[in-house]
Design a protein around this ligand. Structure first.
Ligand code: AMP
Ligand code: GLY
Length: 430
């Protein structure tokens, strides 16, 4: 007998989110508010998504397919890059299951920097000059010619840690040595040596249906571990958006010169891009240039973006998966949102787990404490990862959103938590 959930006609949607970070909590929080959503699941989720969690790992694609089939899931939304680069979308589609995200081949825009650069070339997308090398000697010879400042990148996925922005020649040499010397495993078998770009860095996430792109609120991330953009690179210590320099004209220029030419080339190649195309931009004196593509919602960009999305997310995701994004009108709240990441002591190096956390019982309507690396131990929330919470506040202005976000941070009892105290400050100084 089939274990399928019995469905009535006109039932609401049954939605599965894949992932366990702050991004997935933010997506779950938003989707749960949709009148179209009848039942939500998060696999495997965290303590913040506990009431929706199912214990299936994000790389267990067969397990996720079985779950989607036996629970009559109408739409699956994929958070992290790993299952995308493993081909979760192709596997779901082959089973006739609707899913929001790019195919394995389209996901190479993120999983291979060399592939991303070749698409940028073909699409005529403005980006940094670069060369790729499989030979360490040739990479060093080239470096000898171009000198520093320069950027050295591992080709494959390296959890945001495979990029060395070298101000000094010796740092660049050392970077090539580390990447090609095995520190990043297979991801370091090819190295990208790239021109150093100067300007304001900004993330623009776009909903895509293969043909059209619908931009979300632009966000500035804070990637370094310490105040003043010092310390090691992390997955992101906080975000705010939109920045004051972000204008409608700039958004249109980015769509015209970066997003749409990319979608065009991917479609021509037979790999139309469906999902979130995340453009990592540098706004230089010569205009916007692309640093990198990601093929998914950003973390912690999504926390800020979801808190500012006024429209229902579910119809947008469905329109992307069904190739009819052009029909959609999307509304955003005015004002600014800020997300302050609270991390475990030691992050992004070795960090402690199992720290008990006490959260305030109530927060205001425009305030969300999104969980990332948390688990429930009985009734107690404990830290289980590097980035633990994303304290997110929407306000009329950047000043008030920042103030409220840090006020809320202070109400959280998370011993030894590490967080930056300058999230959004660059927006006030711009
Ligand atoms: P990525 O993993 O490619 O996003 O790189 C991590 C960070 O390194 C970026 O967010 C930038 O801050 C910096 N970065 C990457 N490429 C460049 C570049 N060509 N010029 C200057 N900074 C860069
Ligand atoms: N915050 C950067 C990322 O999601 O890759």
């Amino acid at each position: 007998m089939s274990s399928k959930v019995l469905r009535k006609q006109n039932d609401g949607k049954r939605i599965l989110i894949v992932g366990s970070g702050g991004r997935e909590h933010a997506l779950a929080w938003k989707i749960a508010q949709s009148p179209l959503c009848e039942q939500l699941y998060v696999a495997p989720g965290n303590a913040g998504t506990d009431k929706w969690n199912v214990p299936i790992k994000t790389d267990d694609i067969q397990g996720l397919i079985q779950f989607a089939k036996s629970n009559s899931i109408d739409l699956t939304v994929v958070g992290p890059e790993e299952p995308l680069s493993l081909g979760i979308v192709d596997s779901f589609l082959a089973e006739g299951l609707k899913i929001f995200g790019p195919s394995k081949e389209a996901a190479e825009l993120e999983s291979s920097k060399a592939f991303a650069k070749s698409i940028m070339d073909e699409a005529g997308v403005p980006t940094a000059e670069y060369r790729t090398f499989t030979s360490k000697q040739k990479a060093e010879d080239y470096l000898g010619k171009v000198g520093a400042p320069i950027v050295i990148k591992a080709d494959g996925l390296a959890a945001g840690k495979g990029v060395i922005v070298a101000t000094l020649f010796e740092e660049a040499l050392d970077g090539i040595d580390r990447i090609m010397g095995g520190e990043f495993g297979e991801a370091g078998s090819q190295v990208v040596v790239e021109e150093y770009l100067e300007g304001q860095e900004v993330s623009l996430l776009c909903f895509c249906d293969g043909t059209s792109a619908l931009p979300m609120v632009a966000v500035q991330d804070h990637k370094r571990a310490l105040n003043g953009d010092l310390g090691l690179n992390t997955g992101g210590m906080g975000t705010y958006g939109p920045p004051s320099f972000w204008t409608k004209e700039l958004e249109e220029e980015v769509l015209r010169t970066l997003a749409l030419p990319t979608l065009h080339v991917m479609r021509e190649r037979g790999n139309p891009f469906v999902g979130v195309l995340f453009l990592g931009l540098m706004i230089t004196t010569q205009g916007p240039k692309l640093l990198e593509y990601n093929v998914r919602f950003g973390d912690p960009e999504t926390q800020v973006v979801m808190s500012q999305l006024k429209s229902d997310l579910v119809p947008i995701l469905e329109a992307c998966a069904e190739g009819r994004l052009q029909e959609m009108k999307v509304e955003w709240f005015d004002g600014t949102a800020v997300c302050v990441v609270m991390a475990a002591p030691g992050y992004p190096g070795n960090y402690q787990k199992g720290i008990p956390i006490n959260l305030p019982q109530e927060t205001e309507e425009d305030q969300m404490i999104f969980h990332a690396g948390t688990i429930l131990n009985g009734d107690i929330v404990e830290s289980s990862g590097g980035r633990v919470l994303g304290v997110t506040v929407r306000g009329d202005s950047l000043v008030s959103a920042r103030e409220e976000a840090y006020r809320l941070v202070k109400k959280i009892d998370f011993p030894m938590a590490h967080y930056r105290t300058d999230i959004g400050l660059k927006g006030l100084n711009n």
